[in-house]
Design a protein around this ligand. Structure first.
Ligand SMILES: [Zn+2]
Length: 272
């Protein structure tokens, strides 16, 4: 593994470091030729000019230190631009894209947990691990991960796909997903989400695989399931449209780098 995660910053550091710098959902990248970009590799003396805040050590990538930080969009240096973290995929090395997602989650948590949720005092960062502690009441906050299920529901030679209200691409359909509620097992969540969103009951729920999804802090847990009963009745608060699709007649779907894309590909490969 080229990236070693650690919150413990070494005492002796090389002159340059990778900076994963965010502004809301965007990440700062250095412009390169042909639409390619790179994560800024910055010398220590240049850091002070960039007016970053919330700087936090993340670990070492190929023996180079990595940090996350925040920048104000009005103060971007020359040859840099902000791009949406999702659209960074394919424009940089895949390993660096995964570190970018990790950086986004640690950074978001650091920014959102500056104050204690119980007593309101300013929290303090720990130098040995990613944890914020309240000096007044002792409340401990670890980086938050929000688990969500995502499920390929299959009925014979068809897969159930829906178009979500909040999808950035208005033509795209995907397998159904939803957040796990407190007190709920993952399989119960699969049954509830599919039924709430589409009115379909499912059976034979099987674990597929999982994927970190840093938009902003999800862990996607993939399942496959079989249709059991029901007709499609969509929940219009969450879904614009849902339907059964055959492998040879799929609409616009997510890319294969996403767990949704992998689940749909699994369905297609099982049709021959
Ligand atoms: Zn407190």
């Amino acid at each position: 593994m080229d990236f070693i995660k650690t919150a413990i910053e070494p005492e002796m550091l090389p002159g340059k470091a990778y900076f994963f710098i965010f502004s809301n959902n965007d990440i700062l990248v250095k412009k390169k030729f042909n639409n390619f970009v790179s994560i800024p590799l910055i010398e220590e003396k240049s850091i002070t000019k960039m007016e970053l805040n919330g700087i936090c050590f993340l670990g070492m990538y190929k023996n180079t230190p990595c940090y996350c930080a925040h920048i104000h969009p009005a103060g971007l240096p020359d040859f840099y631009k902000l791009i949406n973290l999702r659209s960074l995929y394919g424009k940089i090395d895949n390993g660096v894209w995964i570190i970018s997602g990790y950086a986004r989650q640690i950074h978001g948590w650091n920014m959102n947990f500056k104050f204690c949720g119980r007593c309101g005092a300013k929290t303090e960062r720990n130098k040995n691990e990613h944890v914020r502690v309240c000096p007044m009441c002792g409340l401990i906050s670890y980086p938050r991960i929000s688990p969500a299920i995502i499920t390929a529901v299959v009925k014979g030679h068809q897969i159930l796909l829906g178009r979500g209200v909040n999808f950035p691409n208005k033509k795209m359909f995907s397998v159904l997903a939803g957040f796990v509620e407190p007190g709920e097992a993952l399989e119960e969540c699969v049954k509830r989400e599919i039924f709430e969103e589409t009115g379909i009951n499912v059976k034979n729920i099987q674990y597929f695989k999982s994927q970190s999804w840093p938009f902003p802090d999800s862990l996607m847990i993939g399942f496959t399931a079989e249709y059991e009963s029901g007709e499609i009745i969509i929940d219009t608060k969450e879904i614009v449209e849902a339907a059964w699709f055959k492998a040879e007649n799929l609409p616009v779907i997510p890319g294969k780098q996403t767990l949704a894309g992998e689940l749909i590909e699994w369905f297609v490969l099982n049709q021959s």
